[in-house]
Design a binder for this molecule. Structure first.
Ligand SMILES: NC(=O)c1ccc[n+]([C@@H]2O[C@H](COP(=O)([O-])OP(=O)(O)OC[C@H]3O[C@@H](n4cnc5c(N)ncnc54)[C@H](O)[C@@H]3O)[C@@H](O)[C@H]2O)c1
Length: 330
């Protein structure tokens, strides 16, 4: 199948591209290569794909790619993705996420692209207390500019199905982790800081809970949704592995043989959601998918990958030093 993968040079999208090439799909990547995008993630498949350095918020350039490539399906990963950055600069999130997704929906509908999978997030549901989980029918209650921009995309996508009968599928994955994640997200931040023997910033008390999904599993689920999902439907993608942030940090330190004295609690993020948890009955029962990788195995593989790919990790260091200084006030 000819697939247009937006955000295919990012962390999750690049794993989708690698799996897609392996499965024999013809893949076109549309990625503007923001600070978070990196073609090195696609080096292993670079001869088998085509990349367009195009901003999805730029409808004229996007249209040229649609007309030239005539994809059969669009899978939309492209987004500004870091909650902290959305608090500092929400404008970029409105542009990339809302305007960008609108442009993709509009062109895909007009050019009658057969399928459209939009990658949303569990964060659109808002926060949970100690108990319960979110089903696909739970209310959307986003709390950050990032999650509000993602929720806006979901509503636009839903409207294209309801109004135009355009066959959009929405997937809502939980927190992903694995190789190639940009080191501003929790797990790679902890790994790089630990490798440098520098203080590891942990927000608040560290008791916030996230559901950790290995990136390979997430993309297998997205393929299942692309091939077997029902138009107009939403599918949660979760692993069931819920962890407090502090426990994730301590496990990484133990794997690397580093002291817990590196942990430094910092002022909590404004509007920090306490807990996310997904009910995944729908994707398991209707599409036959469930996550394969348990958290300890996935985390060990991830730490091993970063330990053997330090060059890539440290390449980002100068950019990150400024960023960490402004965010964590270390
Ligand atoms: N990382 C997670 O834990 C997680 C969890 C649930 C959902 N998601 C969603 O999955 C998708 C991918 O997340 P990720 O972690 O791989 O993000 P990422 O930040 O690693 O990658 C995003 C990619 O999109 C590209 N991009 C950004 N704005 C663009 C624009 N305007 N035009 C073209 N390309 C643009 C970037 O260059 C980058 O390559 C996002 O939509 C995100 O909201 C992520």
């Amino acid at each position: 199948m000819k697939l247009m993968v937006t955000g295919g040079a990012g962390f999750i999208g690049s794993e989708f591209v690698r799996q897609g090439v392996e499965k024999g799909h013809n893949i076109v990547v549309v990625d503007k290569l923001s600070y978070a995008g990196d073609l090195k993630r696609l080096a292993a498949v670079q001869d088998k794909i085509r990349h367009y350095n195009v901003d999805i918020a730029d409808i004229d350039r996007l249209k040229e790619v649609f007309l030239k490539e005539k994809p059969e399906a669009v899978i939309n990963f492209a987004a500004e993705t870091h909650v902290d950055r959305s608090i500092i600069n929400p404008h970029d999130f409105i542009q990339a996420n809302i305007i960008g997704t609108f442009n993709l929906l509009e062109l895909s509908k007009n050019y009658k692209i057969e399928r459209f999978v939009h990658i949303s997030t569990d964060e659109v549901y808002g926060a949970l207390g100690e108990n319960g989980n979110f089903t696909e029918d739970s209310c959307i209650n986003p709390n950050s500019p990032y999650s509000a921009s993602k929720a806006s995309c979901d509503l636009l996508a839903r409207s294209y199905f309801k109004t135009y009968k355009y066959p959009v599928i929405i997937v809502r994955p939980s927190n992903n982790y694995g190789p190639w994640q940009y080191p501003e997200k929790l797990i790679p931040v902890v790994i790089i800081k630990a490798l440098l023997d520098e203080p590891i910033p942990v927000y608040g008390t560290g008791k916030n809970v996230r559901e950790w999904l290995y990136v390979e599993d997430c993309n297998e689920a997205i393929f299942v949704a692309l091939m077997k999902g029902q138009p107009g439907e939403v599918y949660n993608i979760g692993s069931g592995f819920e962890k407090q942030n502090i426990d994730v940090v301590k496990t990484i330190l133990a794997i690397l043989g580093k002291s817990e004295e590196l942990i430094q609690f910092v002022e909590d993020r404004p509007g920090h959601d306490f807990r996310y948890s997904l009910n995944t009955d729908k994707i398991r029962q209707e599409l036959g998918w469930s996550a394969k990788t348990d958290f300890d195995t996935g985390l060990q593989k991830t730490v091993n990958w970063y330990s053997t790919n330090k060059d890539w990790l440290f390449e980002k260091l100068d950019l990150l030093k400024n960023y960490w200084g402004s965010i964590y006030k270390l």
